[in-house]
Design a protein around this ligand. Structure first.
Ligand code: ADP
Ligand code: MG
Length: 625
């Protein structure tokens, strides 16, 4: 049934008013809206009443593009042109993508390891952004058919650990599909909203969102307070999900049945076996036993699996997810008793064994499983869309940035401007100055990460602030402003405040980080904290020494006539000693040479200073003496 909203006051049809909520998943995608009559979110069903669109795109060599169920059969019939799990490739370069999954039948292009990864089909190349846009277009069409209205606005969800590049890629995919993406929302935030958590601004809660999908697992711990959704920690595994349960079943069958073992050697049988394994898994969510027959032209192999065997098979995999939960709780510095809710998301959480293990770990009698775990993220996205449409004015949603953002300063040091875990949107500014006289151009390099030495962090971009009028070192006042918008996309501005010269960029990173990298970066920052501190103090000592050398040289050049021959000679030799010390990279030596130069110049500097004061009192300065 098509529902067309009517503005009763004006008597007009408000066709443009719908904002859809989209869960763009690795395995499955879906679209949801708020039902105008019930006021509740609901997933939109297609022509055959199916709400789930498998995230599969078939690029028919004749130019036709099929999406979802229509594309699925080609995984077997034409694997080279059938693209699945494209979400894993979003915002990544070829060198970022580790293809551990040999079952990928399509071809990735590695012409340039630094640029975004492309997929080859026939003689055409596609980016993950384009491929995702095909799925989004399909979802948009589905919603338009259902509503009988054109749609141009959407909210799209992404995993909490997605970085700038991956969020930007998702936004771009929306644009390509003809959607104005009003907001990119974290999946665990959407799932909480679907359960009504965070809708009451008075209420504060701490929740764990356990999301076990087809190919990925994520655990996120959120603190929700006054409409602010703060991600306290995230953990997970991008190569663990329901597909692995299917594979475990296939392995079990082929280990225990030689006919099956031989059958797995036949490329055409494996897809059939995989479907049967998935079927067995799903049936065992209700039944205690599965019985089936794998049939081919000349074979009929009976297969069975008990609930008990199934649970034994998946136990090691489920244990891994529990390990991640443990880590996430540790990172969030929380005890299980401090959690108010456990929310279950993703098709694989229908498995009773999974639910029980999660209950056991978090020590809870009940967990949130009332909503359909396939739909819960899309339902939450629809609620967020409704909030953005202005229908729930009292609510504001805020997420948090996962890594620190900053710029490179002298000595290759990271200077953090927006610290990790800051709420977004966020605006922060800091003032800098120059270290060389008359410096007219400054290179501003932007980094993301937790280490003190920028080489260990990830460069997001750089730009030049040029046209700064010549001033002595230390005079210019350069204000660097970071603006992180609600989607986690960064805009950087630089302005020299005395002259007003300014420059801005929007950071659209060329390639992204895997969430493994992200985890690694956080881990490294802890492991290397001591080294980092040593590095920072060495760099600071070097910078200070260089500044002292520069200032001293300047001083003696300006005041040659006031100094004795031996003072000049000795000063120069101390400067040379300090230069030599700097090149040793030994902090103690640098500090020692720094102090020696300082101690030597101090008496005559004071002498000249006193003289300068006397002269100044007489209305003269040393320079025009
Ligand atoms: P994603 O978020 O990665 O796109 P989904 O949340 O849609 O994935 O989960 C898909 C996975 O859920 C598949 O592996 C599918 O086999 C599994 N699944 C769906 N229904 C059931 C069920 N009843 N029992 C067990 N697993 C299920
Ligand atoms: Mg999902």
């Amino acid at each position: 049934m098509a529902i067309i909203p009517i503005n009763i006051k004006e008597g007009t049809l408000k066709l443009e008013d719908y904002i859809i909520g989209i869960d763009l998943g690795t395995t499955n995608s879906l679209v949801a809206i708020i039902d105008r009559i019930s006021g509740k979110p609901k997933a939109i069903a297609g022509q055959n009443s199916e709400v789930i669109v498998p995230s599969i795109v078939y690029l028919n060599p004749n130019g036709e593009i099929l999406v979802g169920e229509d594309a699925k059969p080609f995984l077997v019939d034409d694997p080279h042109n059938t693209i699945f799990s494209v979400k894993r490739l979003m915002g990544k370069s070829y060198s970022d993508v580790v293809i551990s999954d040999s079952s990928i039948g399509y071809k990735l292009i590695d012409d340039n390891s630094e640029s975004l990864v492309k997929i080859k089909s026939g003689d055409k190349f596609y980016t993950p952004i384009e491929l995702s846009s095909f799925i989004l277009k399909d979802l948009k069409k589905k919603a338009e058919r259902h509503l009988g209205a054109k749609i141009s606005k959407a909210v799209i969800t992404v995993p909490a650990y997605f970085n700038d590049a991956q969020r930007q890629a998702t936004r771009d995919a929306g644009k390509l599909a003809g959607l104005d993406v009003l907001r990119i929302v974290n999946e665990p935030t959407a799932a909480s909203l679907a359960y009504g958590i965070g809708l009451n601004p008075e209420e504060g809660k701490t929740v764990a969102v356990y999301d076990l999908g087809g190919g990925t697992f994520d655990i996120s711990i959120l603190k929700i307070h006054q409409g602010v959704f703060e991600v306290l920690s995230t953990h997970g595994n991008t190569q663990l999900g329901g597909d692995d349960f299917d594979n475990a079943i296939i392995k079990f069958w082929s280990d225990t049945n030689s006919e099956i073992r031989n059958a797995t050697q036949l490329p055409l049988l494996l897809p059939k076996l995989r479907l049967m394994a998935e079927d067995a898994k799903k049936q065992l969510s209700g039944a205690m036993n599965f019985e089936g027959v794998l049939t081919t032209e000349n074979l009929a192999i009976p297969l069975s699996l008990s609930r008990e065997d199934f649970e034994q098979l998946i136990k090691p995999l489920v244990d891994k997810t529990i390990e991640s939960c443990k880590q996430a709780m540790k990172d969030a510095d929380l005890r299980c008793i401090e959690l108010d809710e456990i929310i279950m998301v993703g098709g694989s959480t229908r498995i009773e064994f999974v639910q029980n293990e999660v209950k056991k770990f978090f020590n809870k009698l009940s967990i949130n499983t009332a909503l359909n775990p396939d739909e819960v993220v899309a339902l939450g996205a629809a609620i967020e869309a409704d909030i953005l449409a202005g229908n729930r004015r009292d609510i504001l949603l805020v997420d948090v940035t996962p890594l620190s953002l900053g710029i490179e300063t002298l000595g290759g040091l990271m200077d953090v401007i927006i610290p990790r875990n800051s709420k977004v949107p966020q605006r922060a500014a800091r003032q800098y100055t120059t270290s060389v006289d008359g410096q007219g151009t400054l290179r501003i390099c932007i980094y993301q990460g937790e280490r003190d030495n920028i080489v260990h962090n990830r460069k997001l971009g750089e730009f030049l602030l040029s046209g700064v009028p010549g001033m002595p070192a230390g005079m210019p006042k350069i204000e660097i402003t970071f603006m992180l918008d609600a989607d986690g996309i960064l805009k950087v501005g630089a302005q020299e405040l005395r002259s007003g010269v300014e420059q801005h960029i929007e950071v659209k990173p060329q390639y992204g980080l895997t969430d493994k990298d992200l985890e690694q970066m956080l881990l490294d920052s802890m492991v290397n904290a001591k080294d980092d501190l040593n590095y920072r103090s060495l760099q600071e000592a070097k910078t200070e020494a260089q500044n002292l050398n520069y200032a001293t040289l300047n001083f003696i050049n300006k005041n040659k006539t006031e100094l004795s021959e031996s003072e000049l000679e000795k000063t120069k030799s101390y400067i040379d000693l300090l230069k030599a010390a700097i090149s040793t990279e030994n902090k103690d030596q640098i500090l020692k040479a720094h102090d020696e130069l300082n101690d030597f110049t101090k008496p005559y500097a004071e002498r000249l200073m006193d003289k300068a004061i006397v002269m100044a009192l007489k209305g003269k300065t040393i320079e025009d003496n």
